[in-house]
Design a protein around this ligand. Structure first.
Ligand code: HEC
Length: 99
C-alpha cells in the first residue's frame, strides 16, 4: 500500500509539472509588448492608436522590425535606450507571432 501511494504521489507530481508546461506564463517578449507596445498597437497588434500600424498586416521581417523598434520612425518611439538588444529581439519575435 505504501508503494502504491508513492506511485500516486509521483504521478500527481508529474501531472502537475506537465500541466505547468502545457500552459506557460506569458513569454518575456509578450510581457515586454504589454508594457511598451500595447498602448498604441493593442493587445493583438491591431489597435492602431496614435497612427500606429496594424502589426498583423505588417510585412516587415525580424530585421526590419528590430531596426524600427530600436530607432523609431515617425510617431513610433525609439526603444534603443529603454530596451536591451536582447529585449528588442524578444519583443520583435513576439510581434511576429501576431497574425
Ligand atoms: C506611441 C505609440 C507607439 C508605441 C508605444 C509603439 N509603436 Fe510601433 N508604431 C507606431 C506608429 C505611429 C507606427 C508607424 C510608423 C511610421 O511608419 O511612421 C508604428 C509602426 C510599427 C511597426 C511597423 C509596422 C509596419 O509594417 O508598418 C512595428 C513592427 C512596430 N511599430 C512595432 C512596435 C513594437 C514592437 C513596439 C514596442 C516595443 C511598438 N511598436 C511601440 C506607434 C507606436
Amino acid at each position: 500500500m505504501k508503494r502504491f501511494s508513492f506511485v500516486g504521489w509521483l504521478l500527481t507530481s508529474l501531472a502537475v509539472a506537465s500541466a505547468a508546461q502545457a500552459a506557460p506564463p506569458a513569454s518575456p517578449g509578450q510581457l515586454i509588448f504589454q508594457k511598451n507596445c500595447q498602448r498604441c498597437h493593442g493587445k493583438d497588434g491591431r489597435l492602431g492608436r496614435n497612427g500606429a500600424h496594424d502589426l498583423t498586416k505588417s510585412n516587415l521581417n525580424a530585421f526590419g522590425r528590430t531596426y524600427l523598434v530600436t530607432n523609431g520612425m515617425g510617431k513610433m518611439p525609439a526603444f534603443g535606450k529603454t530596451l536591451s538588444p536582447a529585449q528588442v529581439e524578444q519583443v520583435v519575435a513576439y510581434s511576429l507571432t501576431l497574425r
